[in-house]
Design a binder for this molecule. Sequence first.
Ligand SMILES: Cc1cc2nc3c(=O)[nH]c(=O)nc-3n(C[C@H](O)[C@H](O)[C@H](O)COP(=O)(O)OP(=O)(O)OC[C@H]3O[C@@H](n4cnc5c(N)ncnc54)[C@H](O)[C@@H]3O)c2cc1C
Length: 457
Amino acid sequence: MASRALTGHVAAADALSPRAAFARLPRLTAPLVRYAAADPWEEDTARLPRALAAHRRRMRAFAEAELAPRAAAADLAPHPAVGALAPGLDGLLVAAGRAGLLSDLLPRPLGAASPALIRHGLALPQALKVEELAAVDGGLMLLVSAHALGVAPVLLGGDLGQLRRVLLPAFRASERGAPHVFAYAITEPAAGSDVEDGHGAASYRPGVVARRAPGGWRLTGTKCFISGGDIASTVVVFAALDGEGMASWTAFLVPRGAPGFHVVRTEHKLGMRASGAAELRLDEVYVPDADVVGGPRQGWALNRATLNLSRIPVGAMGVGFARAATAAAEDFACRFRLAGRPLVDYQEVQLALAEMHARTLAARAMVWAAARQPQARQAEAAAVKFHATDTARAVCELAMDLLGNHAVLHAERVERALRDARLTQIFEGTNQINRLAVIEDQQERLLARVATSAPIP
Ligand SMILES: Cc1cc2nc3c(=O)[nH]c(=O)nc-3n(C[C@H](O)[C@H](O)[C@H](O)COP(=O)(O)OP(=O)(O)OC[C@H]3O[C@@H](n4cnc5c(N)ncnc54)[C@H](O)[C@@H]3O)c2cc1C
């Protein structure tokens, strides 16, 4: 039989336990306090507005039904040939499309989101979705969710014709079970930060260039590390106009079969292995004027705006990994016995579990607070991204410490969460670049203070 109390605590039935003590409070004030949720996830969910709660439950059910059975094998599968997916992953994309996960950035009837859900904006539903998927597996989460990054510039800058011709047919195809994935291509072999930060972009010589051609443009150059670039039906490629700098950046819709478009390879990488990070070569790829998103020279604005929107869900990925690591550590601490006692009975272990729990809670609170705002403010989105993903790594490290030898075992889940979390500190701008983005956002205010402040002697 289970022991009545963990070391350092009184039993729940003890008169000094909050369970017994709170039961003695007057009926009027008793509901002001709470002790011992049977299912903390369900309690957090029930506190959300109805449409968000239903969405969160649906995303968890999807993750458990479709990601969990594929996760371990997808992470361990041999690196697939270019353009192929590890076994079983086609089925995941089909299921995601049918369930509306590839068309949920617009409300019905245009997309799959319920109007009641979209009333809460785009960021919070996306953050809830991404946390649920990441809590099960990072690679499968990215395979499904990098698509939103590709769709974002079309939503932000596309015209009605592009919406009708490109986006809506893509959404309908996905919902019918023929997934149409978008990818977002800004990174170049010589530029990661320089395509995300104004200071670097000011002196960067663009590597992908668009040359004028009759009725359109010809794109030449190389993009790299493009999530889902290997399987995408449409890649949004950012290119500078011939002879101009990054201020001329323009977003082009490039279909997978376009002559001159090549997927060169996908990278063997540390984590999120189920999602390909592709190198793409463009040899004089023709793009008609009708497929320029937002018009020429709108690319930089679309890029920066997309990153503002997408960095909050990246923070939610961090929350998912921190949650997975915390759950795995808690599970291990209850299963493993040290000198005959369950690990969780040791107070040092309790302190570590409490720390992991608190950090995960704090990261989620930060993500949700930013996601609830109607506008994605740069300083907030960047801060959420670096703080939540740094937290994820720290929580995974605490779990690694707690599991000891077992931490390195694939089956225990923690090392996979750590490898996946590490990637989120790098993509969508390294966490250093995101820190600088916070200061860039505050630059004018800081400079005004410099100008009006008396120097400290
Ligand atoms: C798994 C994965 C998925 C990705 N998915 C996509 C995708 O879908 N689409 C896409 O376009 N890209 C994608 N990327 C690319 C990603 O966004 C870049 O790798 C990232 O921005 C870092 O760029 P970099 O490696 O070129 O770093 P660099 O720019 O070469 O930076 C190198 C180092 O210098 C630091 N640094 C740079 N500038 C400054 C500065 N001004 N001050 C201080 N430090 C600085 C950086 O923080 C970093 O530590 C992905 C990358 C990975 C790993």
